[in-house]
Ligand binder design. Structure first.
Ligand SMILES: C[S@@+](CC[C@H](N)C(=O)[O-])C[C@H]1O[C@@H](n2cnc3c(N)ncnc32)[C@H](O)[C@@H]1O
Length: 327
Protein backbone atom coordinates (compact mmCIF):
# COMPACT_ATOMS: atom_id res chain seq x y z
CA UNK A 1 0.00 0.00 0.00
CA UNK A 2 1.48 3.38 -0.89
CA UNK A 3 1.83 6.13 1.69
CA UNK A 4 -0.10 9.01 0.12
CA UNK A 5 1.10 11.75 2.44
CA UNK A 6 4.70 10.76 1.79
CA UNK A 7 3.97 10.66 -1.93
CA UNK A 8 2.51 14.17 -2.06
CA UNK A 9 5.37 15.55 0.05
CA UNK A 10 7.84 13.89 -2.30
CA UNK A 11 6.14 15.42 -5.34
CA UNK A 12 6.54 18.91 -3.83
CA UNK A 13 9.96 18.60 -2.25
CA UNK A 14 11.72 16.50 -4.89
CA UNK A 15 15.08 15.86 -3.23
CA UNK A 16 16.97 12.69 -4.19
CA UNK A 17 15.22 10.55 -1.56
CA UNK A 18 11.89 11.89 -2.80
CA UNK A 19 12.73 10.96 -6.38
CA UNK A 20 13.54 7.41 -5.25
CA UNK A 21 10.29 7.24 -3.28
CA UNK A 22 8.26 8.58 -6.22
CA UNK A 23 9.62 5.92 -8.54
CA UNK A 24 9.27 3.14 -5.97
CA UNK A 25 5.62 4.12 -5.54
CA UNK A 26 4.63 4.98 -9.09
CA UNK A 27 6.80 3.11 -11.60
CA UNK A 28 4.19 0.37 -11.46
CA UNK A 29 1.64 2.78 -12.98
CA UNK A 30 3.85 3.17 -16.04
CA UNK A 31 4.51 -0.56 -16.26
CA UNK A 32 0.78 -1.37 -16.01
CA UNK A 33 -0.12 1.09 -18.76
CA UNK A 34 2.71 0.10 -21.10
CA UNK A 35 3.19 -3.58 -20.32
CA UNK A 36 6.97 -3.09 -20.37
CA UNK A 37 9.96 -1.86 -18.40
CA UNK A 38 10.78 1.43 -20.07
CA UNK A 39 9.96 4.54 -18.07
CA UNK A 40 9.57 7.18 -20.77
CA UNK A 41 6.84 8.84 -22.82
CA UNK A 42 7.90 7.37 -26.15
CA UNK A 43 7.81 8.81 -29.68
CA UNK A 44 4.51 8.46 -31.50
CA UNK A 45 3.97 8.62 -35.25
CA UNK A 46 1.31 7.36 -37.69
CA UNK A 47 2.53 3.78 -37.38
CA UNK A 48 2.67 3.61 -33.59
CA UNK A 49 0.08 1.31 -32.09
CA UNK A 50 0.90 1.22 -28.39
CA UNK A 51 3.11 2.82 -25.70
CA UNK A 52 5.68 0.03 -25.75
CA UNK A 53 6.26 0.53 -29.44
CA UNK A 54 6.51 4.31 -28.92
CA UNK A 55 9.09 3.82 -26.18
CA UNK A 56 11.25 1.50 -28.25
CA UNK A 57 11.03 3.89 -31.20
CA UNK A 58 12.25 6.75 -29.00
CA UNK A 59 15.03 4.63 -27.56
CA UNK A 60 16.14 3.60 -31.06
CA UNK A 61 16.02 7.24 -32.21
CA UNK A 62 18.24 8.26 -29.30
CA UNK A 63 20.76 5.53 -30.15
CA UNK A 64 20.95 6.86 -33.72
CA UNK A 65 20.99 10.51 -32.58
CA UNK A 66 23.94 9.67 -30.28
CA UNK A 67 25.74 7.90 -33.18
CA UNK A 68 26.21 4.80 -31.05
CA UNK A 69 27.57 2.92 -34.04
CA UNK A 70 30.84 4.81 -33.50
CA UNK A 71 30.82 4.72 -29.69
CA UNK A 72 32.80 2.43 -27.39
CA UNK A 73 31.93 3.37 -23.82
CA UNK A 74 28.57 4.80 -22.85
CA UNK A 75 27.25 6.08 -19.54
CA UNK A 76 23.46 6.00 -19.28
CA UNK A 77 22.59 8.29 -16.37
CA UNK A 78 19.12 7.71 -14.92
CA UNK A 79 18.89 4.30 -16.52
CA UNK A 80 15.59 3.08 -15.02
CA UNK A 81 15.26 -0.68 -15.46
CA UNK A 82 18.03 -0.50 -18.11
CA UNK A 83 15.51 -1.33 -20.82
CA UNK A 84 16.95 1.35 -23.16
CA UNK A 85 20.49 0.07 -22.44
CA UNK A 86 19.44 -3.47 -23.31
CA UNK A 87 17.92 -2.28 -26.55
CA UNK A 88 21.08 -0.35 -27.49
CA UNK A 89 23.13 -3.39 -26.57
CA UNK A 90 21.10 -5.54 -28.94
CA UNK A 91 21.91 -3.10 -31.77
CA UNK A 92 25.45 -2.05 -30.83
CA UNK A 93 26.86 -5.24 -29.35
CA UNK A 94 30.43 -3.90 -29.02
CA UNK A 95 29.40 -1.11 -26.61
CA UNK A 96 30.47 -1.14 -22.99
CA UNK A 97 27.64 0.36 -20.97
CA UNK A 98 27.58 1.82 -17.50
CA UNK A 99 24.04 2.28 -16.21
CA UNK A 100 23.96 4.80 -13.37
CA UNK A 101 20.81 5.06 -11.32
CA UNK A 102 20.06 6.60 -7.97
CA UNK A 103 17.37 3.97 -7.43
CA UNK A 104 18.89 0.73 -6.15
CA UNK A 105 15.63 -1.20 -6.43
CA UNK A 106 15.42 -0.45 -10.16
CA UNK A 107 19.04 -1.52 -10.63
CA UNK A 108 18.41 -4.85 -8.92
CA UNK A 109 15.45 -5.53 -11.18
CA UNK A 110 17.51 -4.41 -14.19
CA UNK A 111 20.30 -6.82 -13.30
CA UNK A 112 17.78 -9.66 -12.99
CA UNK A 113 16.21 -8.77 -16.35
CA UNK A 114 19.63 -8.67 -17.94
CA UNK A 115 20.49 -12.16 -16.83
CA UNK A 116 17.32 -13.61 -18.33
CA UNK A 117 18.07 -14.79 -21.81
CA UNK A 118 14.99 -14.13 -23.86
CA UNK A 119 13.65 -12.83 -27.13
CA UNK A 120 11.05 -10.12 -26.96
CA UNK A 121 8.90 -8.50 -29.59
CA UNK A 122 8.47 -4.77 -28.95
CA UNK A 123 6.59 -4.17 -32.16
CA UNK A 124 9.71 -2.68 -33.77
CA UNK A 125 11.33 -5.93 -34.70
CA UNK A 126 12.39 -8.85 -32.61
CA UNK A 127 15.08 -7.79 -30.15
CA UNK A 128 17.40 -10.56 -29.10
CA UNK A 129 18.49 -10.46 -25.48
CA UNK A 130 20.16 -13.83 -25.78
CA UNK A 131 23.65 -14.02 -24.43
CA UNK A 132 23.47 -10.80 -22.47
CA UNK A 133 24.71 -12.46 -19.32
CA UNK A 134 28.31 -11.26 -19.60
CA UNK A 135 27.54 -8.52 -21.94
CA UNK A 136 29.44 -5.46 -20.79
CA UNK A 137 26.41 -3.82 -19.17
CA UNK A 138 27.29 -2.67 -15.65
CA UNK A 139 24.79 -1.42 -13.09
CA UNK A 140 26.01 1.24 -10.71
CA UNK A 141 24.11 2.88 -7.88
CA UNK A 142 25.11 6.56 -7.98
CA UNK A 143 23.94 10.07 -8.59
CA UNK A 144 24.14 12.31 -11.64
CA UNK A 145 25.85 15.06 -9.70
CA UNK A 146 28.83 12.90 -8.64
CA UNK A 147 29.40 10.31 -11.34
CA UNK A 148 31.45 7.36 -10.08
CA UNK A 149 33.47 7.30 -13.30
CA UNK A 150 37.09 8.15 -14.12
CA UNK A 151 37.81 11.46 -15.89
CA UNK A 152 38.15 11.36 -19.71
CA UNK A 153 37.15 7.69 -19.83
CA UNK A 154 33.92 7.48 -21.88
CA UNK A 155 32.81 8.73 -25.28
CA UNK A 156 29.04 9.06 -24.70
CA UNK A 157 26.88 10.29 -21.85
CA UNK A 158 23.15 9.82 -22.32
CA UNK A 159 20.41 11.03 -20.00
CA UNK A 160 17.20 9.59 -21.39
CA UNK A 161 14.23 11.33 -19.79
CA UNK A 162 16.09 11.66 -16.52
CA UNK A 163 17.90 15.04 -16.54
CA UNK A 164 14.65 16.78 -15.52
CA UNK A 165 15.30 15.24 -12.08
CA UNK A 166 18.95 16.20 -11.76
CA UNK A 167 19.55 18.90 -9.19
CA UNK A 168 21.54 21.00 -9.75
CA UNK A 169 21.52 20.23 -13.47
CA UNK A 170 24.63 22.35 -13.92
CA UNK A 171 26.58 19.92 -11.70
CA UNK A 172 25.57 17.00 -13.94
CA UNK A 173 26.73 18.91 -17.04
CA UNK A 174 30.02 19.64 -15.28
CA UNK A 175 30.41 15.96 -14.36
CA UNK A 176 29.57 14.86 -17.89
CA UNK A 177 32.29 17.11 -19.23
CA UNK A 178 34.76 15.62 -16.74
CA UNK A 179 34.08 11.97 -17.62
CA UNK A 180 33.90 12.46 -21.39
CA UNK A 181 36.94 12.13 -23.62
CA UNK A 182 37.74 14.97 -25.98
CA UNK A 183 35.06 15.15 -28.74
CA UNK A 184 32.80 12.88 -26.67
CA UNK A 185 29.05 13.48 -26.93
CA UNK A 186 26.44 14.26 -24.33
CA UNK A 187 22.84 13.50 -25.37
CA UNK A 188 19.85 14.69 -23.41
CA UNK A 189 16.27 13.60 -24.09
CA UNK A 190 14.08 15.60 -21.77
CA UNK A 191 10.91 17.61 -21.23
CA UNK A 192 11.49 21.36 -21.06
CA UNK A 193 9.56 24.56 -20.48
CA UNK A 194 9.67 26.74 -23.60
CA UNK A 195 10.09 30.47 -23.94
CA UNK A 196 6.41 30.69 -25.00
CA UNK A 197 5.62 30.08 -21.34
CA UNK A 198 7.16 33.49 -20.52
CA UNK A 199 4.88 35.43 -22.84
CA UNK A 200 2.09 35.92 -20.32
CA UNK A 201 2.99 37.13 -16.87
CA UNK A 202 0.93 34.39 -15.20
CA UNK A 203 3.01 32.24 -12.81
CA UNK A 204 4.15 28.98 -14.35
CA UNK A 205 2.34 26.81 -11.81
CA UNK A 206 -0.98 28.40 -12.81
CA UNK A 207 -0.27 27.92 -16.51
CA UNK A 208 0.61 24.26 -15.96
CA UNK A 209 -2.27 23.61 -13.55
CA UNK A 210 -2.25 20.13 -12.00
CA UNK A 211 0.74 19.30 -14.19
CA UNK A 212 2.98 21.52 -12.05
CA UNK A 213 2.46 19.00 -9.23
CA UNK A 214 2.15 15.74 -11.11
CA UNK A 215 5.09 16.55 -13.38
CA UNK A 216 7.11 15.59 -10.34
CA UNK A 217 10.50 16.85 -11.45
CA UNK A 218 12.27 20.16 -11.99
CA UNK A 219 10.82 22.34 -14.72
CA UNK A 220 13.93 23.41 -16.58
CA UNK A 221 13.64 26.04 -19.27
CA UNK A 222 15.01 25.26 -22.70
CA UNK A 223 17.16 28.41 -22.76
CA UNK A 224 18.63 27.56 -19.37
CA UNK A 225 19.57 24.05 -20.51
CA UNK A 226 21.20 25.40 -23.65
CA UNK A 227 23.11 28.08 -21.78
CA UNK A 228 24.65 25.75 -19.20
CA UNK A 229 25.68 23.28 -21.90
CA UNK A 230 27.38 26.02 -23.90
CA UNK A 231 29.21 27.45 -20.90
CA UNK A 232 30.46 24.11 -19.58
CA UNK A 233 32.80 23.05 -22.33
CA UNK A 234 30.34 21.81 -24.94
CA UNK A 235 29.35 22.84 -28.43
CA UNK A 236 25.71 22.11 -29.24
CA UNK A 237 25.60 20.03 -32.43
CA UNK A 238 21.88 19.43 -32.83
CA UNK A 239 18.55 19.97 -31.10
CA UNK A 240 15.35 18.27 -32.20
CA UNK A 241 12.00 19.41 -30.87
CA UNK A 242 9.74 16.39 -30.72
CA UNK A 243 7.09 17.44 -28.20
CA UNK A 244 4.28 17.15 -30.77
CA UNK A 245 5.16 13.46 -31.23
CA UNK A 246 5.33 12.83 -27.52
CA UNK A 247 2.69 14.47 -25.35
CA UNK A 248 -0.53 14.88 -27.31
CA UNK A 249 -0.35 11.48 -28.94
CA UNK A 250 0.36 9.70 -25.66
CA UNK A 251 -2.57 11.51 -24.02
CA UNK A 252 -4.85 10.60 -26.95
CA UNK A 253 -3.86 6.94 -26.60
CA UNK A 254 -4.74 7.01 -22.90
CA UNK A 255 -8.07 8.78 -23.52
CA UNK A 256 -9.06 6.23 -26.19
CA UNK A 257 -8.11 3.27 -24.01
CA UNK A 258 -9.02 4.77 -20.66
CA UNK A 259 -11.61 2.21 -19.53
CA UNK A 260 -9.34 -0.75 -20.13
CA UNK A 261 -6.29 0.93 -18.56
CA UNK A 262 -8.29 2.28 -15.62
CA UNK A 263 -9.52 -1.23 -14.77
CA UNK A 264 -5.92 -2.43 -14.70
CA UNK A 265 -4.70 0.52 -12.61
CA UNK A 266 -7.40 0.41 -9.92
CA UNK A 267 -6.52 -3.19 -9.13
CA UNK A 268 -3.27 -1.88 -7.63
CA UNK A 269 -3.75 1.85 -6.97
CA UNK A 270 -6.48 4.02 -5.39
CA UNK A 271 -9.08 5.17 -7.90
CA UNK A 272 -8.37 8.86 -7.39
CA UNK A 273 -4.75 8.35 -8.53
CA UNK A 274 -6.08 7.23 -11.90
CA UNK A 275 -8.24 10.38 -12.00
CA UNK A 276 -5.16 12.52 -11.28
CA UNK A 277 -3.21 10.68 -13.97
CA UNK A 278 -6.02 11.25 -16.49
CA UNK A 279 -6.31 14.98 -15.66
CA UNK A 280 -2.53 15.41 -15.84
CA UNK A 281 -2.47 13.84 -19.29
CA UNK A 282 -5.17 16.27 -20.44
CA UNK A 283 -3.17 19.20 -19.03
CA UNK A 284 -0.02 17.87 -20.65
CA UNK A 285 -1.76 17.68 -24.02
CA UNK A 286 -3.03 21.26 -23.65
CA UNK A 287 0.35 22.60 -22.44
CA UNK A 288 2.06 21.00 -25.44
CA UNK A 289 -0.61 22.27 -27.81
CA UNK A 290 -0.14 25.83 -26.50
CA UNK A 291 3.63 25.54 -26.82
CA UNK A 292 4.33 25.82 -23.07
CA UNK A 293 6.24 22.57 -22.96
CA UNK A 294 8.37 20.70 -25.46
CA UNK A 295 10.52 17.58 -25.49
CA UNK A 296 14.06 17.95 -26.78
CA UNK A 297 16.75 15.69 -28.08
CA UNK A 298 19.95 17.66 -27.57
CA UNK A 299 23.41 16.57 -28.68
CA UNK A 300 26.60 18.43 -27.72
CA UNK A 301 30.28 17.71 -28.20
CA UNK A 302 33.01 18.25 -25.63
CA UNK A 303 35.51 20.92 -26.67
CA UNK A 304 39.15 20.14 -26.49
CA UNK A 305 40.57 22.00 -23.50
CA UNK A 306 42.49 24.67 -25.46
CA UNK A 307 39.48 25.65 -27.55
CA UNK A 308 37.28 25.55 -24.47
CA UNK A 309 39.43 28.16 -22.67
CA UNK A 310 39.17 30.45 -25.69
CA UNK A 311 35.44 29.86 -26.08
CA UNK A 312 34.87 30.41 -22.36
CA UNK A 313 36.60 33.78 -22.52
CA UNK A 314 34.16 34.81 -25.24
CA UNK A 315 31.08 33.32 -23.54
CA UNK A 316 31.55 34.71 -20.04
CA UNK A 317 31.22 38.25 -21.36
CA UNK A 318 27.62 37.74 -22.50
CA UNK A 319 26.12 34.83 -20.59
CA UNK A 320 22.95 35.05 -18.52
CA UNK A 321 21.71 31.98 -16.73
CA UNK A 322 17.99 31.43 -16.83
CA UNK A 323 16.25 29.25 -14.35
CA UNK A 324 12.55 28.78 -13.98
CA UNK A 325 11.47 30.01 -10.56
CA UNK A 326 9.31 26.92 -10.20
CA UNK A 327 12.20 24.57 -10.72
C1 LIG B 1 11.74 8.71 -16.28
S1 LIG B 1 12.90 7.54 -15.68
C2 LIG B 1 13.74 7.11 -17.18
C3 LIG B 1 14.41 5.77 -17.09
C4 LIG B 1 15.04 5.25 -18.37
N1 LIG B 1 15.95 6.21 -18.96
C5 LIG B 1 13.98 4.84 -19.35
O1 LIG B 1 13.75 5.58 -20.33
O2 LIG B 1 13.37 3.79 -19.15
C6 LIG B 1 14.09 8.53 -14.81
C7 LIG B 1 15.21 7.75 -14.13
O3 LIG B 1 16.17 8.66 -13.59
C8 LIG B 1 16.62 8.16 -12.33
N2 LIG B 1 17.16 9.30 -11.58
C9 LIG B 1 16.47 10.35 -11.08
N3 LIG B 1 17.29 11.20 -10.46
C10 LIG B 1 18.54 10.70 -10.58
C11 LIG B 1 19.84 11.15 -10.17
N4 LIG B 1 20.00 12.30 -9.51
N5 LIG B 1 20.91 10.39 -10.48
C12 LIG B 1 20.77 9.23 -11.16
N6 LIG B 1 19.57 8.75 -11.57
C13 LIG B 1 18.47 9.48 -11.30
C14 LIG B 1 15.37 7.53 -11.74
O4 LIG B 1 15.67 6.62 -10.69
C15 LIG B 1 14.78 6.85 -12.97
O5 LIG B 1 15.36 5.60 -13.16
Amino acid sequence: MINLLKLFLSAFRRNEHDVINLYDSLSGLMQITTGGNMLNFGYWDDKTQNPLQAQYTLSKMIGEFASLQTARRLVDVGSGYSAPALQWKSQYSFLKMLCININLQQLKIAAALKSNSQRIDHGVGLVSLKGLRNNNVFHINGTSTMLPIRSNSVDRVIAFESAQHFKPLIQFIHESNRVLERSGLIVLAMPVITSASNLLSIPLFLKLGILSVTWASEHYELEYVKSIIKTHGFEIKDIQYIGSNVYGTLASYYIENREKLKNMIVREYPKFLETILYKSLLEMKAASHHGLIDYILLKAEKYDSVNFSNQRAIDTSNTHYQYSGDA
